[in-house]
Design a protein around this ligand. Structure first.
Ligand code: NI
Length: 197
């Protein structure tokens, strides 16, 4: 689909996060009719949990799930329109790039406007189907480790900083960290389901 036809990324496009439900809602900022349901579901994953600790566990959770699973299986789509495990891993790896930028932007310019992005476009640009699942997991692991190390050094005041999205309103780093942890867990469960574990 042409972006010019779709209009602004944050108010257009279909549900693209490819999570467990047929109509899953989109990723972090893309506003869809079912976005609040999606965001609430992600939040539910983190209830009563420390989101930084959750983020630290994601790579091992995924490693355990994919250990000993062949490349062919990891690259197999469960349905024509659903991501393979390899594609999910490429998505997690690439999603950590804007996450990295947003954390730092919020700290540097409290209240800054946060740009949306189109994850379908990113999947096409990154040719997710061709990416090595191992390399994607490595990319994700390295970015995640750097981000968690940075988060653990933030002052209490820095934790309160945040950004503003035109459609979603204000969000603090604290809330965003929780959202990312929920996003992780949602995709971990998706991988578990695809692999039948
Ligand atoms: Ni996602």
């Amino acid at each position: 689909m042409n972006r010019a036809v779709r209009g602004p990324v944050f108010i257009a496009g279909r549900a693209t996060c490819n999570v467990l439900q047929p109509s899953p809602g989109s990723d972090i900022w893309n506003v869809m009719p079912d976005t609040s349901e999606y965001v609430a579901r992600l939040l539910e994953y983190t209830r009563g949990e420390d989101p930084v600790e959750m983020q630290k566990q994601t790579v091992s959770l995924i490693s355990n799930l994919v250990e000993g699973v062949g490349d062919e299986t990891l690259r197999r789509r469960p349905a024509a329109d659903r991501w393979s495990v390899a594609e999910i891993l490429a998505h997690l790896a690439d999603a950590e790039i804007p996450v990295s930028w947003r954390y730092r932007q919020m700290i540097e310019q409290d209240g800054c406007v946060l740009a949306a992005y189109d994850q379908d476009l990113w999947a096409r640009l990154g040719d997710y189907g061709s990416r090595s699942p191992h390399d994607s997991l490595q990319q994700f692991r390295l970015l995640r480790e750097a981000n968690v190390a940075m988060l653990e050094r933030l002052s209490p005041e820095e934790w309160q900083r945040g950004g503003v999205h035109a459609e979603r309103g204000a969000i603090s780093i604290q809330e965003f960290v929780r959202h990312v942890a929920g996003h992780d867990r949602n995709h971990v469960e998706q991988i578990r389901k695809v692999l039948g574990k």
